[in-house]
Structures are given as structure tokens and as C-alpha cells.
Design a protein around this ligand. Structure first.
Ligand code: NI
Length: 220
């Protein structure tokens, strides 16, 4: 399942995050790429040993962990990694697939949280591939795009301006993307029923089905 999560941060919060990012030390992004991805990766990322960068990423992690739509879509057990990435003119990230393990943690869902407004840079689209072709993703600041970590994808070269984003990987309680999608639909259906008729019999039965499916498929 691929999904846009809107308004994870407001435009004002993103402006503040960008201001903080300007004070961070950035290093060559190839430091954290696998040997094959390194061949096509040309970007920068905030240095992992920078305490201010770690604080910023911890805020992002906390916001996502408390976001009902993100949680319903990813069922996060933990975050395998979070990075603050920066692309300046001429930088891009060619077609690749993300590592299956990061620091010994399985990656199930990849995401990009856009921090730059789309009219502040040229190029820099996230392009994801599937059997039907390619989709170009270029979202407002504060919006997040998530997709299965097995997806082939790339970031088009930035031609002007600066593209700042937090990229990350979730280790999900539910390994199978099809099961995650099913649980997500059930969760949405349950909430719609609740809005319409409250906590009645239909809601309770849907809740039990959801809980039992999660018990059956979750790896805790
Ligand atoms: Ni990637």
C-alpha cells in the first residue's frame, strides 16, 4: 500500500524545522547507502553524531508514532532508521531498492516526509515504480508519502533550490504488505461505522475481527 499522509507538520512547523536544519552539519549521503545504492546516491544528510539533528529526528519520530493514520497504515514496532536528507542543485538519487535490514532491524515500510515547499525547488520528485509504471511524488511541506520498502524508487535530480526531507523506515508488527492493507481498510471501516452509529454491535464485531487478525499476523 502506498499512501499520502497530510499535515504531519504544519507549514509553520516546517519553516521552523528548515531553520534548525540550516544550523546542522551535513555529510555525504553515501555514508549510509548499501554498496549498490552508493553508486547512484548523490545527496547530503545531517551528521548522525550531531545532537541537534538527533533531537530533530526524535521529534519527527514522536509525531509519527502519535499520528493515527500513519500508525494504522504502518503498524510500527520501531523505526529502523531516520535521516534528514538534503538535495542541492545537481544532486539526485538514482533507481534503487532500500536495504532490507538497517542496523539489524528489518525495513517493511519506507517513507519520505517533505520539509521543503514544492515551489521552492525544481526537480527532486520521488519516483516510485510498480508493474503499471511510475508515479512522481512531490508533496507540500509537512506531507508524508509511505510505500512498501521493497519498492524500486529514485529521486530526480534537483535543478534549482534545495529539497529537504526526512526519510525513514518502519519495522512493522505486520510483515506482509497485503495484510497491512487489509488491517488498514478494516480500521477505516470501523471508524466510519463509529462516526455513523457509535459503539454499536457492528462496531464491536469489526473491532473483534480487527483484533483477531492482528493477533494472528502480528510478530511482536
Ligand atoms: Ni531509497
Amino acid at each position: 500500500m502506498r499512501l499520502i499522509v497530510r499535515d504531519v507538520f504544519t507549514a509553520e512547523e516546517c519553516a521552523e524545522l528548515r531553520a534548525r536544519a540550516r544550523r546542522l552539519r551535513f555529510v555525504d549521503g553515501r555514508a549510509t547507502a548499501g554498496w549498490h545504492a552508493r553508486l547512484v546516491k548523490a545527496n547530503e544528510q545531517a551528521a548522525a553524531d550531531d545532537g541537534a539533528a538527533a533531537a530533530l529526528l526524535a521529534e519527527v519520530r514522536a509525531r509519527l508514532s502519535a499520528h493515527p493514520l500513519f500508525v494504522a497504515a504502518t503498524r510500527p514496532k520501531t523505526f529502523a532508521s531516520l535521516l534528514l536528507s538534503r538535495y542541492r542543485p545537481g544532486m539526485g538519487y538514482g533507481r534503487h531498492v532500500d536495504d532490507a535490514l538497517m542496523g539489524g532491524v528489518r525495513t517493511d515500510v519506507s517513507f519520505t516526509l517533505f520539509l521543503s515547499e514544492p515551489d521552492s525547488y525544481e526537480g527532486g520528485a520521488l519516483v516510485v515504480e510498480d508493474a503499471e509504471g511510475e508515479s512522481e511524488i512531490r508533496l507540500p511541506a509537512g506531507f508524508l508519502y509511505l510505500y512498501p520498502a521493497s519498492t524500486l524508487h529514485r529521486v530526480e535530480p534537483v535543478r534549482a533550490g534545495e529539497r529537504l526531507a526526512v526519510v525513514g523506515w518502519v519495522r512493522s508488527y505486520v510483515r506482509d504488505p497485503a495484510v497491512r492493507a487489509l488491517l488498514f481498510d478494516l480500521e477505516r471501516a470501523r471508524r466510519l461505522v463509529f462516526e455513523r452509529e457509535g459503539k454499536g454491535e457492528t462496531f464491536d464485531l469489526l473491532s473483534r475481527a480487527l483484533a483477531d487478525l492482528l493477533r494472528r499476523f502480528a510478530e511482536d
